[in-house]
Every structure is written in structure tokens, then in C-alpha cells.
Design a protein around this ligand. Structure first.
Ligand code: GLA
Ligand code: GLA
Length: 698
């Protein structure tokens, strides 16, 4: 799954020599006069900070012209931090090329699909495939790595910053050349490319590699497989940049672990992080809350998925915010308690470091209204006091450092290629939202108090799970189809939804009735999709209970074709009234269920008990706490660590939950959680948890 390298985590050690959770921020001392630096280190110590990410946007300061270098200030900051006992996750500083470079080499600037140049003035204005940019970036990496190789403050390398945040899709001539080279590696022959891209359609047949372009602005819908391959290529192009920096760092400082900050969060779709996990020594993630009804579910989902990407090994929360950000339409301040609660929710899902953007709130620049650990008001502020408190809490959680997440019995599969392909243009509906559907399933599980792991679809041993939920698994290859079939036949319980199993890896329809790749397994056949107009709904009746549910977005015209298929719900209204809406086929020892419409959190929470019944999965929480409290578990050989997070605004009593209280209020007879409060309990580890299936790979 992930390489063993992902265990090279840069732990700080306490005076007792024992590992600590990391705590810190992006530190941008170049924005401040020298006098401030000493105060920074003093306050960092007060807050319990033990690691900072340094020099992320320092290229123009370190290399003021093509042939001059200025390391004096950075030497001084590194020394000051080291003297303060603070480790440095040193950036390679390549995220934002300086004006001298873009003036001398405007050919490194990205180009949009409509042919416009992306000019300097913000950041990340570089083409991932520019050989000129690569050369200058690697020169900088070499200088930095050579200079600081033996500096005692250096604990990790931070390659670039949020690769692809602003520059993932570049349509320049460099990108066109690199895209062709990538396609040659993928397809070898033009014949194979013409087949995969379905170029018989609309007279798109290529007779020479040189004719192929990125999907630049076109007169109508660009070729879907061309779009898909360009997405694959663009993710790979950035990964190549990461690997190029990484390789050089590996030569110069083989002992120092390398990472880069991923952006596993809603709205960030272009980087296939499951595929990037092997390129780093430990997974790092940035996460920002976007306010909304499911905002903390989304936080939990993203942290959980980051853990899945990291193979359930500890990962590093490189950035989140102490309070408001500056880039949403309205930037909401966090309420008291949310800073700690949000941080601990990441720790619950495997983060062994909690860091923020940024240490000291900027006085100038585009992010001056973005919160930080030290706000504009200074250290005499409620925010800084909350930061100091969190430092104390993380210190108390030292025993967590290095523990794994305990796997749940239920997995929700997440697949970037299905995300990309399901949301392409020219489809039955443009309203489908892959991330939203996956999040709704997770929210419904949270409501029922059922633990689940969000895991990358293709890098996970699904046999380890009793239940696998695959929302909108649109792209299913022959191999995946076989794997899912084996899983269900060997006792696993698969649940999938509308628009799953429709296309192969080339985005070609599986013919003969939908969902072609899963038709046999599910025992159903769909002749026609019935997408719903905005505001239109279809009512369902649940067979077992006579209960009802309401579908939106999508319906399917389903015929039951296979043996042992039970209809769990039927449409009561709409074009398919009377026909099946939710089905379940019993396979060998397992089941394969299909949900043909969008039910939303409410509807899924109503249906899930029926879907989960054959697997006998139930909540581990006391009944009164279900939906109000989120449970996540970490463990080592000797202990289980239960994180109990109060999700809402009311106190919750947890009478049955026993254990030594590491964090939170101790109380005889079980903790009482205040609104937004988190309790961490330590228990002796029992035997293994969760049922085992037979080998479903054979
Ligand atoms: C990203 C970047 C940071 C900063 C924050 C603001 O995470 O990496 O440099 O811009 O966003 O939220
Ligand atoms: C037009 C075009 C056809 C096809 C249809 C689709 O009529 O001439 O080639 O694209 O639209 O509705």
C-alpha cells in the first residue's frame, strides 16, 4: 500500500526523551524586523511549539538576483529556533518564483485553457512541466540542502507548498509536449490512443503524436477521455516535480525525511493523493473548514481520508486555522472551543502533529486578515491563550504519538478517477456531486454513531472490512469489478449507488445494460437513467418497514435479473413508480446492495440500518450519545485510545465509557462532555477488533 518510508515521522522529544505530538505553524520571519524574532521564539516556547515550517515563500529573499544568495538571516533564524528547542520543517522555497526569474524567463508562466498567461503578482505562477523552472528550482534546492544539511534544527524537508493549489492545469506548449510524452508512455501506439479516446467520434482520429493537444478551449464538449487523461497527466506532472526535488534532497540529506503538504479537503479535486502517498516519507495535510451544515463532518471525513492515504500510519497536519481564513466569501471566526475541538478531531484520525497557517498574523499582504497563532492583538488575547491551552493538551497526549488508527468495520471508498469522470460535462446530469454523495454517507454513519474508515478505492485491502460502501464508483475496470465480486462472494457486504460501474478505465460504457461492470454482482439491469430536474423528487417506500424516503437528483429504471435479489425499497412516485429503488443480492456469504437515487443524510441514516443488518454492524456508543458524539480510536500493542468528540451544542453524558482520562473532564461513572468538548480515554487493549473474512484475493 504505502511505502515503509511513511513511518519516518519527525517527532519532537520532550525533556524526558519521550516522543511528543508536533505543534507549530508556518513561520514567516522575513515579514518582520529582526527584533520580533526573539519574541517569536519566546512565545513559541510559552505555547509549547516544537516545530515550524520555515522559508515557504522565501525564494526572493534567499536568492535576490540570479547570482546572489542571502542566507545570513535564515542562518540566524535557524539558530534561534534551535536554541529554543524548536525543530524546523524547512521548505525548499520553490513555491513562488521571484520577479527576476519570471522577468528573465516569462516562458515559465502557466497558460490557461483560453490561452491567457497567468502573470506573476500572487504566487505559484509556474508551469509544472517547464524545464527552465525545474532547473532554477533544483538549483535553489541544492543550495539550501547543502547549506543546512547538518544544521541541528533541520528535522524535515517541506517540498514547495500545496503543489497544484493554483497551477495544476497548465495548457502551455510545455504542457502540450509533456502531455504527448506522457501519452506515449501510457499507450505506446497511436492506434491504442485512438481507441482509448474513441476518436472515431467527431472525426478526431490522430495520425501523428504532434497533433495531440491539451484540452484547450474548444467549440463544444472536448473529448472526455482526453479530458480524463489530461487530469491524470496534470496530477502526475506535479508529482514529478515533487519527485525531482525529493530525489535531490535524498542525495544531499539522506537522513532527513521529505514531505509536502497535501490538500485533502472539499473543493480540492485535481491531485490524486492516493497515488502521491509513496512519494513522501510521511503524509502531511492542510485542512480548512468551510462553514456549512456538514462542516465538521467534512473535517472528520478529510482527516479520516488522509489517514487512509497514509495507510493508517500517523500523519502530519501541516496547516489549519486558529480562527477565520481570508479566502471565503465571508470569513467566520471560530467560536470558543472550536480551535481545540477541530485540532483534536484531526489527532483522533491519526494526526501526530497539529500545525497552523501561520505563526504571527501578517500586517501586510493578501493574507493579513487570515488568523494565526499570534493575532494582530498580540499575545494578550483570548486567541493566544487558547493556543497556549492547546499546547498543554497536546503535551498531555504524548502517549498517542506513534499509535495507529484502529480500523473500523465499515469502509467508504474514495476514488479520484471516479470523481473526475463522473462529473464530466455532457452527462445525464450536471448536478452530480461526487464528494457530496460520499460525504453524505459518512454523515449518515456519524449520525448513527457508526465508525467508518474513508479509504482510497484502489490502494486498500477491502477484505479487511465487513462492509464496503462505494458511492458513485463510476469508473470500474475489469479488475476492480472482479475484486468487488470476490469480496461479496467471500462474505463481504458491498453497498453501491447510482452511476457506479458505468464506464471502464478509458471512460467507455460497459455495454448490455447498466451498471455493466457490476450488473451480475448486483443482479439488476438498468436500461435507462432517470435524472431528476432541480427541485424534483421521487418518493420511495421501504419494503420492510413501510417507511418512506425521498430521492433527488437521480433515479434508475431497474429490472431485477439475478437470483437472490431482494427489493428493499420501491419508487412510489415518478417515472419509475412501482419499480425497485434499492436492491440487495445475497451472494455466497455476503451481499451486494444498490441504491439508485440520492437520499441525502436523512434518507441514508434511515436506510443504513437495513443495509448494515446482514453484517451485524452497530454503534459502539451508548444509545443516547449516537449522533451527538463522534468516536475515533487509536491504538498500540497495549492500549486503545478513545477520542469522544461532542459534535454539537448540548452536553452529553457518557455513562458507559470507561478508561483513564488523558484529556477532558474526569468524572466518576463516565465523562460528561460539554458542548464541542473532547475526551480522550485510555483503555487496555483487548484482542483484535472486527471480524475477519477469508482471503478474497484468491
Ligand atoms: C494555504 C497555503 C498557505 C495559506 C493558507 C491560507 O493552505 O498553503 O500559504 O495561503 O492556505 O488559508
Ligand atoms: C446536433 C448535432 C448532432 C448531435 C446532436 C445532439 O443535432 O448535429 O451531431 O450533436 O446535436 O443533440
Amino acid at each position: 500500500m504505502t511505502s515503509p518510508r511513511t513511518s519516518r515521522f519527525p517527532y519532537a522529544k520532550g525533556p524526558d526523551g519521550i516522543r511528543r505530538l508536533g505543534y507549530g505553524a508556518d513561520y514567516n520571519p522575513e515579514q518582520w524586523p529582526r527584533e520580533v524574532w526573539e519574541e517569536d521564539v519566546r512565545l513559541m516556547r510559552e505555547a509549547g511549539v516544537n516545530i515550524v515550517s520555515l522559508a515557504i515563500f522565501s525564494w526572493a529573499r534567499i536568492q535576490p538576483t540570479a547570482d546572489t544568495w542571502d542566507f545570513g538571516w535564515l542562518d540566524e533564524v535557524m539558530d534561534l529556533l534551535h536554541a529554543g528547542g524548536i525543530g524546523v520543517d524547512l521548505a525548499t522555497a520553490t513555491a513562488s518564483p521571484p520577479p527576476w526569474l519570471t522577468t528573465a524567463h516569462p516562458e515559465i508562466l502557466p497558460v490557461t485553457a483560453t490561452g491567457e498567461t497567468v502573470w506573476p503578482g500572487a504566487r505559484q505562477h509556474w508551469r509544472p512541466t517547464s524545464p527552465v523552472f525545474r532547473e532554477h528550482a533544483l538549483r535553489l534546492v541544492r543550495e539550501l540542502a547543502t547549506r543546512y544539511a547538518d544544521h541541528p534544527a533541520l528535522v524535515a524537508w517541506h517540498v514547495s507548498n500545496e503543489l497544484g493549489c493554483h497551477n495544476v492545469y497548465d495548457f502551455s506548449d510545455d504542457a502540450a509536449d509533456a502531455f504527448r510524452a506522457w501519452l506515449r508512455r501510457r499507450y505506446t501506439t497511436l492506434e491504442a490512443l485512438n481507441h482509448a479516446w474513441g476518436t472515431a467520434f467527431w472525426s478526431q482520429r490522430y495520425s501523428d503524436w504532434g497533433q495531440i493537444l491539451p484540452p484547450r478551449l474548444a467549440a463544444s464538449h472536448p473529448n472526455p477521455t482526453q479530458q480524463l487523461d489530461f487530469k491524470r497527466f496534470s496530477s502526475d506532472a506535479l508529482k514529478s516535480h515533487l519527485l525531482a526535488e525529493r530525489e535531490l534532497l535524498g542525495e544531499l540529506t539522506p537522513e532527513v525525511p521529505v514531505t509536502t503538504n497535501f490538500m485533502v479537503m472539499s473543493g480540492i479535486k485535481a491531485m490524486d493523493y492516493a497515488d502521491w502517498a509513496d512519494a513522501v516519507d510521511f503524509v502531511a495535510n492542510d485542512h480548512y473548514v468551510v462553514p456549512g451544515p456538514q462542516d465538521r463532518d467534512e473535517l472528520s471525513f478529510s482527516a479520516n481520508l488522509t489517514s487512509g492515504i497514509a495507510g493508517h500510519r500517523p500523519w502530519f497536519l501541516m496547516e489549519h486555522s486558529t480562527s477565520a481564513v481570508n479566502w471565503q466569501p465571508v470569513n467566520v471566526a471560530k467560536r470558543p472551543g472550536e480551535l481545540a475541538r477541530d485540532s483534536l478531531l484531526h489527532v483522533a484520525h491519526g494526526a501526530d502533529a497539529v500545525c497552523f497557517f501561520q505563526w504571527r498574523q501578517s500586517a501586510a499582504g493578501a493574507e493579513k486578515y487570515h488568523s494565526a497563532m499570534v493575532p494582530h492583538a498580540g499575545a494578550d488575547s483570548a486567541l493566544f491563550r487558547a493556543v497556549v491551552d492547546l499546547g498543554g493538551t497536546l503535551e498531555a497526549l504524548a502517549p498517542i504519538a506513534g499509535t495507529e488508527r484502529e480500523p473500523a468495520r465499515v469502509a467508504v471508498l474514495f476514488d479520484w478517477e471516479s470523481w473526475w469522470s463522473a462529473e464530466h460535462d455532457s452527462h445525464p446530469t450536471s448536478r452530480l456531486d461526487y464528494h457530496c454523495e460520499a460525504l453524505d454517507w459518512y454523515s449518515a454513519l456519524l449520525r448513527l454513531g457508526i465508525r467508518a474508515d474513508i479509504v482510497p478505492a484502489h490502494r486498500t485491502d477491502i477484505c479487511a472490512y465487513d462492509v464496503v460502501i462505494a458511492p458513485v464508483l463510476h469508473m470500474v475496470s475489469q479488475e476492480v469489478s472482479k475484486n468487488l465480486t470476490r469480496y461479496a462472494e467471500n462474505g463481504g457486504h458491498l453497498i453501491t449507488t447510482y452511476f457506479s460501474g458505468i464506464v471502464d478505465e478509458n471512460d467507455h460504457i460497459w455495454l448490455g445494460g447498466h451498471p455493466g461492470a457490476l450488473r451480475e454482482l448486483l443482479g439488476i439491469r438498468i436500461e435507462e437513467f432517470g435524472p431528476l430536474l432541480d427541485g424534483e423528487t421521487a418518493d420511495l417506500v421501504l419494503e420492510a418497514s413501510d417507511g418512506t424516503a425521498t430521492g433527488s437528483l437521480w433515479t434508475d429504471r431497474i429490472d431485477v435479473t439475478g437470483p437472490d435479489v431482494a427489493v428493499l425499497a420501491r419508487y412510489r412516485t415518478g417515472a419509475y413508480a412501482g419499480r425497485p429503488a434499492v436492491t440487495r443480492r445475497s451472494t455466497g456469504g455476503g451481499t451486494a446492495s444498490y441504491v439508485s437515487t440520492r437520499l441525502g443524510v436523512e434518507g441514508l441514516a434511515g436506510l443504513l440500518p437495513t443495509l448494515l443488518a446482514p453484517a451485524e454492524v452497530a454503534s459502539e456508543l451508548p444509545e443516547a450519545a449516537r449522533g451527538l458524539v463522534e468516536l475515533a480510536v487509536r491504538r498500540d500493542a497495549h492500549h486503545r485510545y478513545l477520542f469522544l468528540v461532542n459534535r454539537g451544542g448540548t452536553p452529553v453524558d457518557l455513562p458507559a465509557m470507561a478508561g483513564e482520562v488523558l484529556v477532558g473532564p474526569a468524572a466518576d461513572g463516565g465523562p460528561v462532555l460539554a458542548p464541542h468538548e473532547v475526551v480522550v480515554l485510555r483503555q487496555q487493549a483487548p484482542g483484535s477488533v472486527g471480524a475477519e473474512h477469508g482471503d478474497c484475493t484468491g
